[in-house]
Structure formats: C-alpha cells, structure tokens
Design a binder for this molecule. Structure first.
Ligand code: TNX
Length: 551
C-alpha cells in the first residue's frame, strides 16, 4: 500500500525551502577556494579548486597557475578522430553561449603535435593510457593549454564535464557572461569505480515530454551518469509506440496519475531521446514492466487478460493488481513483438523487463512467464535486466545461460535465491529504496514524494556503499548503482529535478569515485558549489539545510 499523492501548491515548496527543516550549518572556511560563486565578482578572478568536482576524480594533483581561456582560444581535436570531434562539439556547445568566444574547432597538425603543449583546449585520443579503461581520461591544465586525453569518446566526454565544473558557475548561463574563464592548474587522472551509473525516470505515472527527458539527460551527463533507465509502461500508461499494436499508445497512453492526458513516444520520439542521450555518453535502458503493472496494456488489448474483459483505465497509485494472462499464447506473441521492437530501437546493451510486484500471479505462474520471456530477450542479443524478483529465475553463466542483471530495490537483506543467482554469475545494479529512491521525501512534510521507504535526506542518499549494503552481495556482484525516481507525485521535469537535486549527485559519486574518498563532510562542501550552477541552468533543486550553500 502506497500513500495517496497529495497536491501541494508550489508556494508550499518554497516555504519549506526557506524555513528549512533542520538548522542550516555554517559554510566551512575550506569551501572558500571553490567559491567561484562569489556574487560580487568584480574583476577579482575566482578560480575553482582542482578537486571541486562531482563525482570526485580518482586522482587530482594541483600545480602551477590557472589557465585562462580567452577570445582567441582554439579547440584542437586529434586529426582523424571522430571521438575527439564528437566530444569537441559538446564542449563548444557548452562554452560558446556563456563565454561568447568563437572557439573554432581545428585539427591538430600532425602526430608530434599531440605531445606538444598547445595553446587552447586540446582533445586527444593518441597516447591515452589503456590502464584508464573504457571511460577514463586525463585532464592537464598548465601554461596556456588544457589537454583532455582519453582512448574513447566516453572518456573525452567525461573530461569535458570535468572541465566544465572547473570553470566558474557562470559558464552554465545561456547568454554571454563577463568571465574571467580560469581553469585551475594541475592534472586530473580519472576513471569510474563501477561501469554502470544509472538514473531511472518513470514516464508512465506522469508522462514527460521528449524535451523534458532530454533536459534530464543534460543534468545526468554533468555527473557522469551513463545510463538512463526509462520506466516506459505501468498501470497508468503505456508510453512507447510498438509496431503492430497501435492501441497501446492510441488507448493505453491516454491516462496518467490524477487523470491528466498522458502521452506517449512515437518510434521517432524514442529515437530522438536515444540519439540525444548517446551524444552525451548516456545509454538508454528501456523498461516495459511485465507481467504486472500492465493495466494500461490490458485496457488497450483485453485479449491479454485471462477473462478477455477490458479493465477500467487506472489513474491512482496502488500497485500489484494487474497482470498479463500467463496462460495465453497471445501474451507471448505480444511480449515477443514488444521486446523485438524495443531491441531494434535501442543501441544499448540492456533491455529491462520489469518483473516487480507481480502480486496477482502465483510464484509458479511468475516463474513460467519469466522462463518464456527471458529467452525472447536473449534472442535479441540484449542483456536482460529486471527488478530483483527476477534474479532467482535467471540461469546465469554457471547454469548455461547469459548474465542477467537484477535491480536491487527492496530495503534490507537479500533472500537466499537471489544470492544463489549471483553465485551463478548474474549481477546486480544497486538501487535500495531507502537510499536511492529519490521519489522518497527528503523529510517529514516535504510537499513532493512518497515515504514508504522512509525519508531520504541528502546525506542518506550519499552515505551508503553498494558493495556492503546487503549482506552477501559484494563488489564483484555489483555492476553499478542507480538513482530511481518514480513519478506518482511528480507531474513534470521541475518536480523531478526538485527530487533529484541535490541528492542525485551523491549517487553518481558513489558509482564513480574510489570508495576510499567517500566522505560526507567534504562532499557537502563540493555539493554546495553546484547550487549556483543549477540556478544558471534553470534546474530546480531543493535548498536542503544539510548543504552549506554559499549565499
Ligand atoms: C515500488 S520499485 C515500485 C514502484 C513504485 C515505487 C514508488 C518497484 C520495483 N516497484 O511500482 O512506483 O515503489 O516508490
């Protein structure tokens, strides 16, 4: 049972923010160097500290004077490297509006160019250290140059995001700002702890437009989150066009929580989301939630119910009452078509088939369903992902199957069948609801969100470790982490952002930064520096009293 959503006037939210729910701590003196947010910057150059970055880089070595970008700064890309060219495009799109600089993109002149310190910003793939892996990078700022070096496009994109955070917050503005544009001197060498750093967005309970989803992608990429899990279907709406099943979107998308008009993505819309995310290094993981959470599909196609009778459209927030008919062949025709359509539209490795809270199917029916559906996914070449309930049914490499990924969400200790599944070589993404469900309220009385897993403050979202959270699940089992946002009480991107910020960067840092660096006291100072960036970009956030915001 979930609490009913309450509708609060927007003004109530502002009041919570102003009044504060706890005593606001003072700004520690050590936050000062990063105070590039200084309101009255009158020519005195504020420069960031080289470690004023979220997620905290694996290694940071400050040295020398800051590098100043100017109207003559060139962006030099490794000649013949499409990876470098792609990352350079993202860089100039970020920097041109606020700096007002032309930032022409030019190729490096030749192989020896790559080792010479050049003036401007260079994006290089030659000479990258393979030990930095698929996503690692080096950023070096000295003299008149900033060099970003990585073996992959993803690595260079991460380097661009680090450089962005090392520039003053005014860089986030969309119109020309005065500068100066100083990058602290030194060397950052960086790579992620976990390969999978995800964020889940529920577009089923309340529909979010393509532009809203893309806006969220921008925010995720800034923190090196590399997977966007879209919860595309639920009882309240089916949000993705599937060829051959037109009523899914014609009928099944016309509702949402609270009775609003809903909406859905055409295949072209979905392709636009996928492409936009890919340009920013974010892979879309589509989820169709099966066999439960299926009311919208049943409204559209009553033959998928066992009695053939269409249920009423659903606009409430209860869970667990609907199911596809496990015993009908048409169910597997349907699921096969859905899975193949999604696989064809999704370049990423993962396809999420839900599998949570199937409360009106028996255990035996659930197992039978999943044992037919998992091979349908595997036949597409994708790796199946499901909520943790699915894991016990996955054979895993030791059982002669592929790796299946389970998403851990139920607070507390795992049951033995889940641990057995991990022992067979399956993996988990950790999103325990008591730390990583960012649709939970920050605290009592917060106007948005649910509270079934408790309140989740900013520190709560940050202060946990995926490799020790659950007894019996260790680092080797963990593919990564995910911040989940279900949208029962969240009507649009502004609401989603208010829940995500400032908590989501904490989960991004858990996923990326070395475990040994994990420290709330210093993290919250870095987090405070993000506030002015969100303000400049128009990203809503909650001014939690746990964070020593400047000004
Ligand atoms: C649990 S997470 C659910 C969702 C709800 C969410 C609300 C999961 C696998 N199931 O159906 O939307 O709680 O926080």
């Amino acid at each position: 049972m979930r609490p009913r959503p309450k509708t609060f006037p927007r003004a109530a939210l502002a009041a919570v923010a102003v009044a504060g729910l706890l005593a606001a701590p003072a700004v520690p003196a050590t936050a000062a160097p990063g105070g590039a947010a200084a309101p009255g910057r009158g020519g005195s150059a504020a420069v960031a500290d080289l470690s004023d970055v979220i997620p905290l880089p694996a290694s940071v070595a400050p040295s020398g004077r800051p590098v100043e970008l100017g109207p003559g700064t060139l962006v030099r890309v490794q000649a013949g490297s499409p990876e470098a060219a792609a990352a350079a495009q993202l860089l100039v799109d970020l920097l041109r509006p606020s700096t007002g600089f032309r930032l022409p993109v030019v190729p490096t002149d030749g192989p020896d160019d790559a080792s010479r310190p050049l003036s401007g910003i260079s994006l290089l793939t030659d000479g990258a250290d393979p030990a930095l892996g698929d996503e690692g990078y080096v950023l070096e700022a000295s003299g008149r140059s900033v060099v970003l070096r990585a073996a992959t496009r993803e690595g260079l994109l991460h380097a661009v995001q680090t450089l962005r955070q090392l520039l003053p917050p005014a860089v986030e503005a969309r119109d020309a700002q005065p500068g100066p544009w100083l990058v602290p001197g030194g060397r950052v060498e960086d790579r992620p702890r976990f390969a999978y750093r995800g964020a889940m967005l529920d577009v089923a309970r309340h529909f979010m437009t393509v532009e809203e989803v893309q806006g969220y992608v921008d925010s995720l990429a800034a923190y090196k989150v590399n997977h966007l899990h879209l919860h595309l279907t639920d009882d309240q709406g089916w949000r993705i066009e599937i060829p051959g099943w037109p009523r899914l979107t014609e009928v099944g998308a016309a509702t949402e929580v609270g009775g609003g008009p809903g909406g859905s993505y055409t295949q072209e819309d979905y392709a636009a989301i996928v492409a936009y995310a890919a340009e920013r290094g974010v892979t879309v993981v589509p989820e169709v939630d099966l066999p439960g959470h299926a009311n919208a599909a049943l409204v559209a196609y009553p033959e998928l119910t066992c009695d053939g009778v269409a249920p009423e459209p659903y606009t409430g927030i209860e869970v667990g009452f609907s199911t596809l008919c496990v015993d009908k062949e048409v169910t597997y025709d349907f699921v096969g078509d859905v899975v193949r359509a999604l696989a064809a539209a999704t370049p990423g490795e993962y396809l999420h088939i839900g599998g949570d809270e199937a409360l009106v199917t028996t255990e035996e029916e659930y197992a039978r369903f999943m044992r037919r559906v998992l091979p349908l996914v595997e036949a597409t070449g994708k790796t199946a992902v499901g909520w943790q309930e699915l894991l016990p049914l996955a054979a895993g490499p030791a059982g002669g199957g592929p790796v299946t990924v389970g998403q851990y969400w139920v607070p507390g200790a795992p049951e033995q069948p889940l641990l057995d599944s991990l022992a067979r070589g399956n993996r988990v993404v950790m999103s325990p609801a008591d730390h990583a469900y960012l649709d939970m309220k920050y605290a009592e009385g917060f106007p948005l969100g649910l509270q079934w897993a408790g309140f989740t403050g900013v520190e709560d979202a940050f202060a946990w470790d995926p490799a020790t959270y659950a007894e019996g699940i260790g680092e080797q089992d963990v593919l990564g982490v995910e911040a989940a946002i279900f949208s029962e009480t969240l009507e649009d991107l502004d609401d989603v952002e208010t829940m995500a910020f400032p908590r989501l960067p904490g989960i991004a840092e858990i996923g990326w930064s070395p475990r040994a660096t994990h420290d709330w006291a210093t993290y919250r100072e870095r987090l405070a520096l993000q506030g002015p960036r969100w303000e400049r970009r128009g990203v809503d956030y909650y001014r939690s009293p746990e964070v020593p915001w400047a000004g």
